[in-house]
Design a protein around this ligand. Structure first.
Ligand code: AMP
Ligand code: MG
Length: 323
């Protein structure tokens, strides 16, 4: 398959490119597009044949459900049974890197929701993504646009490397901002809201807004969020975690990423970040850069502070470092 690629200005998306992409989605094809978190691999969420193509292109296990992307509250209401908590969070935050799991309406095919009776929905904060959803007039199912298990793509080149020849179109909208995926919370029971996956929106801000603690899912709920079961986000060279003030790993020809510089150790392949926000923004592109440069492994600093995006960043780092 020949993959069409089109560069587009995020702040003024070319309507012709958006129309072309919407046409592909409406005829059951796949389009990769930027969101504010990472690039998504989109298909018509209501067309199970189209959704099947996402699982095939990514090599994604078919029991790992997809997030449905919407551009309005009304569109979300057609898909899931809302409750007051979900409504409140949506009014407060959307568009945002916050995904809500709610009871699904039967209009969503089982393929999209991995056979579950719930579905995950989100409104992305990116003008290209929103224009595409509006133009196509359908909810777009979109996991990250990488081969399953690989680091999520945060720029056009990364999507192209994984998806060229496998999908109909890739929209190049530049680098994504957040760099890691959305936070996923289960709000089906407003008395017990579960943190299923930490991500772009911090736990503190959600807890402050709701004036309640987000709970840790029990093993039953975990089973219902299969995405947290698999090894994820990993480059094809080993990732080793280093904590500041501990012994530095004794390896040769390594690459390094972190906030604190490494002292007394020789390293030419190094990316240093100013803070955790920049670290999250650059983590996945750093993984992809270093695997191309043939480093023996990537040593990553464990973010110690507990604020903002740190919880999401630690989750991605620990899963990339899993054997
Ligand atoms: P990705 O699209 O790769 O960012 O992954 C989406 C995440 O949302 C995965 O961790 C999924 O397991 C999770 N997810 C999607 N739908 C549901 C659902 N209905 N219930 C629980 N988790 C879900
Ligand atoms: Mg993913």
């Amino acid at each position: 398959m020949t993959t069409i690629t089109a560069k587009i200005n995020k702040w003024n998306p070319d309507p012709e490119i958006i129309s072309k992409a919407a046409e592909i989605l409406n005829s059951g094809g796949l389009v990769a597009f930027p969101t504010e978190t990472v690039y998504g691999l989109g298909a018509n969420a209501l067309d199970s044949e189209a959704v099947r193509k996402i699982y095939l292109a990514k090599g994604r296990p078919s029991d790992n459900p997809l997030i449905l992307h919407v551009s309005s509250y009304e569109q979300a209401e057609d898909l899931v049974f809302m409750n007051d908590t979900a409504k409140f969070l949506i009014q407060k935050f959307w568009p945002a890197p916050l995904t809500l799991v709610l009871k699904a309406k039967s209009i969503i095919p089982l393929t999209t929701r991995g056979g579950l009776d719930t579905a995950a929905i989100r409104m992305p904060d990116n003008p290209i993504a929103l224009a595409l959803i509006e133009k196509s007039k359908i909810p777009i199912a979109a996991p990250s646009a990488n081969l399953s298990g690989r680091p999520s793509p945060t720029d056009f080149e990364s999507v192209f490397n994984d998806m060229n020849g496998k999908i109909e179109m890739i929209i190049d909208g530049g680098e994504t901002e957040t760099g890691i995926e959305s936070t996923v919370i289960d709000v089906t029971n407003p008395e017990k809201i579960l943190m299923l996956r930490p991500g772009g929106m911090s736990r503190e801000i959600i807890e402050e807004t709701l004036n309640t603690e987000l709970k840790i899912p029990d093993s039953f709920s975990k089973k219902r969020s299969p995405g947290t079961r698999y090894r994820h986000y990993a480059p094809n060279i080993p990732v080793i975690i280093w904590k500041k003030n501990t012994k530095f790993p004794d390896v040769k020809n390594f690459a390094y990423m972190g906030i604190n510089d490494v002292e007394n150790v020789e390293c030419e392949n190094k990316i240093l970040f100013d803070d955790v926000k920049n670290y999250a923004h650059g983590l996945f592109s750093g993984f992809r850069k270093f695997e191309c440069e043939k480093s023996s492994c990537i040593i990553v600093e464990w973010p110690q502070d507990n604020s903002g995006i740190s919880e999401g960043l630690r989750d991605r780092i620990s899963r990339a470092a899993e054997k």
